[in-house]
Ligand binder design. Structure first.
Ligand code: ADP
Ligand code: MG
Length: 286
């Protein structure tokens, strides 16, 4: 929050400008200033979104302009993806605020590596405390990702995350729920998706396999905790942190979204971030 920034004049506001990316004023700016794909922008507009909400105008630039955000961070880290704790009231549009940056990053990376042989795997996970919420997020994600080549999947019981990092997303996206309603069929389904939306327990269960071997999620670069206050309260905390720990990518970006935040939750997140961003645990002096 930039208190009273509008009242600042001269060098004061100029200074601020250099430290923080400016808030968005329109979704069009996502294209002119942040070079999001034409398709992603038109998908946003097709949903009827015209003016970004407050949490969107503030959060999206922080996530899309990491250089500026990180230069101003208390603890500068050498990564291109900042972590973020975003607090905004219920109904303020947090879903779009985290989905746009996720999709933008995936679309850009996909473009870059299209000609290369690099394979794609699961790149982003969104955790939500209830199935209903996870389903809503997945639906919104699918609409925004339409024809971008990025696949968004709602994780369901019985699904398994594909072990092979095959290129995904070129095939048609199936919204046909009956395909996966059959539990038998679902069990055989290996998820090959860029983005997975799930409750913590369903995903965690699928990662502890029958042979006792624990699987991790090394390809995941972006983790979103939606309703982070709930995901980190005592009921869900172990499950949520269990998944967080399995995201072993050293450049993992984790963002937390919530309507309320307690100091204990902030502390858990901050400690987690510190650990993650400090790969050499030997010098854990603080
Ligand atoms: P939150 O997660 O903060 O509670 P949601 O992401 O569920 O809020 O959004 C609440 C409602 O606002 C949804 O119906 C969503 O479609 C709508 N919405 C989100 N962003 C915008 C926007 N920029 N303009 C208009 N409506 C929006
Ligand atoms: Mg929400």
């Amino acid at each position: 929050k930039e208190k009273g920034s509008s009242k600042e004049s001269g060098s004061g506001s100029k200074h601020k400008q250099e430290l923080f990316p400016q808030p968005l004023v329109s979704f069009d700016q996502l294209r002119t200033q942040y070079n999001i794909s034409r398709r992603l922008l038109s998908n946003i507009k097709d949903q009827g979104y015209v003016v970004p909400t407050e949490v969107q105008l503030a959060s999206i630039p922080l996530l899309l302009d990491p250089a500026k955000s990180l230069a101003n961070s208390d603890s500068f880290v050498d990564t291109d993806a900042p972590d973020l704790l975003s607090i905004a009231p219920t109904g303020s549009g947090k879903t779009l605020a985290f989905l746009i940056p996720i999709l933008h990053r995936l679309i850009s990376e996909r473009k870059k590596s299209k000609s290369e042989t690099e394979e794609h795997g699961l790149k982003a996970i969104v955790l939500a405390p209830t199935k209903e919420l996870a389903s809503q997020i997945a639906n919104e994600g699918r609409k925004l990702a339409l024809n971008t080549g990025i696949k968004v999947t709602l994780f369901r019981k019985g699904m398994k995350i594909g072990t092979s990092l095959e290129r995904v997303g070129d095939e048609e996206q199936s919204d046909n729920e009956s395909d996966v309603d059959d539990h038998e069929k679902r069990a055989a389904l290996e998820i090959k998706s860029h983005v997975l939306v799930s409750t913590p327990l369903a995903l965690l269960n699928s990662l502890s396999s029958d042979d006792g071997k624990e699987r991790s999620l090394p390809t995941v670069q972006q983790l979103v905790l939606d309703e982070a206050d709930v995901l980190l309260d005592p009921l869900f905390r172990d499950q949520t942190l269990g998944i967080w720990k399995k995201c072993t990518n050293s450049n993992l970006q984790s963002t937390l979204w919530s309507a309320t935040i307690s100091s204990s939750i902030e502390e858990i997140a901050t400690n987690f971030w510190k650990d993650r961003r400090r790969p050499s645990k030997n010098d854990a002096s603080s």
